[in-house]
Structures are given as structure tokens and as C-alpha cells.
Design a protein around this ligand. Structure first.
Ligand SMILES: Cc1ncc(COP(=O)(O)O)c(C=O)c1O
Length: 368
């Protein structure tokens, strides 16, 4: 039984290696996963404590309106409750947006490389995807504007961008929004929002008051450490969220995820702790890269994309055999690079030693 024609050229998402699989393959007792930009500090102890009381009444469907979490977030973000739409991770919100706005004959504009789910979901809806190469890790915003035509429905701005980590600053975003036609939806995906430290970051939620064609995506998967519970959200004007709420499944986030997200938002100490540790360890890692004269993209996230004098796959394979899972740039359109999530201090120290020793051995081998 064939699916839509577009599936002939698509494959299912290939998840990274599973920890147990790698341990068995290499006879290791410990694995450090630095491949998916998860939070190495875990998640709030308060969430852990709350889970038993949330894990009840499984025979009942969850609250399809996400009432309590909606109230808390609307207050925190100072938006109207109906400006929010929730998803099984922001992944699902991306899918819902594509199902709502894209169809055959329409097109959508993304950066290249960027988060792959924009393209994946757009193709399934039969849309054409226009990919505009990044400029040294940053979105080519003028290039994206130039690519807009009468059939363009959505422009995706992943900021900070995955996999490069580069942020679109306030001035650039404003200029872009001012130029972008108001009937083109602009998705500002801020999955790494909490990690941003630069002063000229845009206030995208405030920008919603000015631009009716803007939607901001955020998630509990990264800084809040709740990737396994699958909950993320979009914020936009009500005309947009009404359509998205028509498209989404009625019970698309679980009661446990909704409750845990509320507790996670309340525990600002955990959030500050993990942001502070990540920032420190990232700085140490960048100093290490500077010492080795390795280039990397500007990063406003919990990961760094390192440009290498060798293939990303070679370093990936070597580190895998030592128990460190990172992301090779091969699959991300950047064969001579790797994306590394910032981990705990002790793990980063060992990782740095391994990287240095491997690069020296490979480069010396090349010279001799
Ligand atoms: C830029 C970006 N957007 C969205 C997501 C999806 O996150 P989730 O579905 O876990 O909320 C990710 C995950 O890696 C991401 O990097």
C-alpha cells in the first residue's frame, strides 16, 4: 500500500544511538550523551517529588484545554490564555502549523542547515521547501525575504539556530518582520530561549502585539529537562491559535506532562542552576577550542558546533568508542564538523582530553 508520492523520497527519523546499545557494543560501563541538546543536569527535584501525585487517574483523558498550565504560562508571559497552543513537544506544534497552512502549490522558506522537522512536515503536506543557506551560521534574512513569492505561506526562523547556535538579534528580527508580507506566517522557534544571554536578543513575545503573522515556539525539553515528557507550546495571536487548535488532536499532551511543566516553571532555582553551570562549562569548552585553534559558530545555546580539520564522522566514531555520544555534522549538512551539547564539568574535561588526543594523533598521522 503506497503512501503519498512524496514518501518515495523520505525516510523515518533515525534517532541517535541508544545508550544501552552503545554500552553493549563497546563494553562500556558509562555513557555520556551529548548529542541531542538535552539537559545534563536532569530536571527539577520538585518535579521528581510531584510525579507520584501526578501519575494517577490514567483511565481519564487529560485536560484537552491544558487549563492550569495555560493559566500559569499566560501570566508569566503576559499574554491572553487563548494565545497559547500546546503540543506533544514543540515538534508537534511544528507539524500542526504545517497541517494548518501548507498544501500542494504552496511553499515555505527555511534556512539550511536548520532544525529538520520544518522541512520534513512541510514535504508531507505537499508544499515546496525553499532552503536558503546560512551565512556563517546565521540566517540570511535578506535572502529569505527575497525568496518570498505569492505562494509562500510560512518562513521558519530557528533562533538560536539548531545546529549552529546563532541568534537573530532584535534589530534584525524587527527589520525582517517589517519587510515580511503580513499574510506570510513567521515561525520564530525559540527552543533554546532560556540559554540566550546576549543583551540584544529580541523580545519575541512583546513583538506579538505588533505583528499578527508571528508565532513563537518554546519547549520544556531543553532548559527544563523534560524532553521525555513531551510538552512544548506556541504563542501567537488568537486567529492563529484558533486554527491550530482546530488542527491539533484533542488530547495531545498528557496530564503528567501538564502538571510537571507547572512545577518546572515554579522551580526557578533549578533553572538558574542549570543555566549557570551550562554557561560556565560552555565558556571553558570555547577556551579549549580557542587554544586548539578550532573554529566554532557563535552559540547562544547549550551546544556548540565545532568546525574540524577532519571529518565529523571520524571524531564521532572515536568518541562513541570511548562512551561519548555527540552529533556528527554529516547528517546536518556540515561533514567537517560536530555539534556537541554542553555537559557536566567532569564529563566536558574528559571529552576535551579525548578530542585533543584524537586530533593530534590523526593530524600527525596525516603529516607522516
Ligand atoms: C530548534 C528546535 N526546535 C524544536 C525542537 C523540538 O523540541 P521538542 O519537540 O522536544 O519540544 C528541537 C529539539 O531538538 C529543536 O532543536
Amino acid at each position: 500500500m503506497n503512501g503519498k508520492k512524496v514518501f518515495e523520497e523520505m525516510t523515518p527519523y533515525k534517532p541517535g544511538k541508544q545508550t544501552a546499545e552503545v554500552m553493549k557494543e563497546y563494553g562500556l560501563t558509562k555513557i555520556v550523551k551529548l548529542a541531542s541538546n538535552e539537559n545534563p543536569f536532569g530536571y527539577s527535584e520538585k518535579v521528581k517529588e510531584a510525579i507520584p501525585s501526578l501519575a494517577t487517574d490514567f483511565e481519564i483523558y487529560p485536560d484537552g484545554y491544558t487549563t492550569e498550565l495555560r493559566k500559569v504560562l499566560a501570566t508569566n508571559l503576559q499574554v491572553d490564555k487563548d494565545q497559547l497552543v500546546f503540543g506533544c513537544g514543540s515538534d508537534e506544534v511544528v507539524d500542526i502549523i504545517c497541517r494548518t497552512y501548507l498544501e500542494e502549490g504552496s511553499n515555505t522558506i527555511i534556512a539550511n542547515p536548520t532544525f529538520p522537522q520544518y522541512k520534513h512536515n512541510a514535504l508531507i503536506q505537499g508544499a515546496t521547501v525553499k532552503e536558503i543557506p546560512l551565512l556563517n551560521g546565521y540566517h540570511d534574512l535578506q535572502g529569505m525575504l527575497d525568496a518570498i513569492d505569492n505562494q509562500t505561506k510560512i518562513v521558519w526562523l530557528c533562533t538560536p539556530n539548531n545546529p549552529t547556535g546563532c541568534l537573530i538579534n532584535e534589530e534584525s528580527l524587527t527589520l525582517f518582520m517589517d519587510e515580511c508580507p503580513s499574510d506570510v506566517l513567521v515561525v520564530v522557534d525559540e527552543a533554546y530561549y532560556e540559554y540566550v544571554t546576549t543583551e540584544n536578543a529580541p523580545d519575541s513575545i512583546k513583538a506579538l502585539d505588533k505583528y499578527s503573522n508571528l508565532i513563537v515556539l518554546r519547549t520544556f525539553s531543553k532548559a527544563y529537562g523534560l524532553a521525555g515528557l513531551r510538552i512544548g507550546y506556541g504563542v501567537a495571536n488568537e486567529k492563529i491559535t484558533t486554527l491550530l487548535n482546530i488542527t491539533r488532536g484533542p488530547f495531545n499532551t498528557t496530564s503528567v506532562a501538564q502538571g510537571a511543566a507547572i512545577v518546572a516553571l515554579e522551580d526557578t532555582d533549578f533553572l538558574s542552576y542549570s543555566l549557570k553551570e551550562t554557561a560556565k562549562n560552555k565558556q571553558t569548552f570555547m577556551n579549549f577550542l580557542d587554544e586548539l585553534e578550532l573554529e566554532y559558530y557563535d552559540s547562544e545555546t547549550n551546544f556548540v558546533f565545532v568546525k574540524l580539520p577532519i571529518s565529523g564522522d571520524a571524531l564521532f566514531e572515536h568518541l562513541l568508542s570511548k562512551g561519548y555520544i555527540i552529533r556528527s555534522g554529516e547528517a546536518l549538512g556540515h561533514p567537517n564538523g560536530v555539534r556537541i551539547t554542553i555537559g557536566k564539568k567532569e564529563d566536558m574535561e574528559q571529552l576535551q582530553e579525548l578530542i585533543q588526543a584524537f586530533l593530534i594523533s590523526v593530524l600527525e598521522g596525516k603529516q607522516s
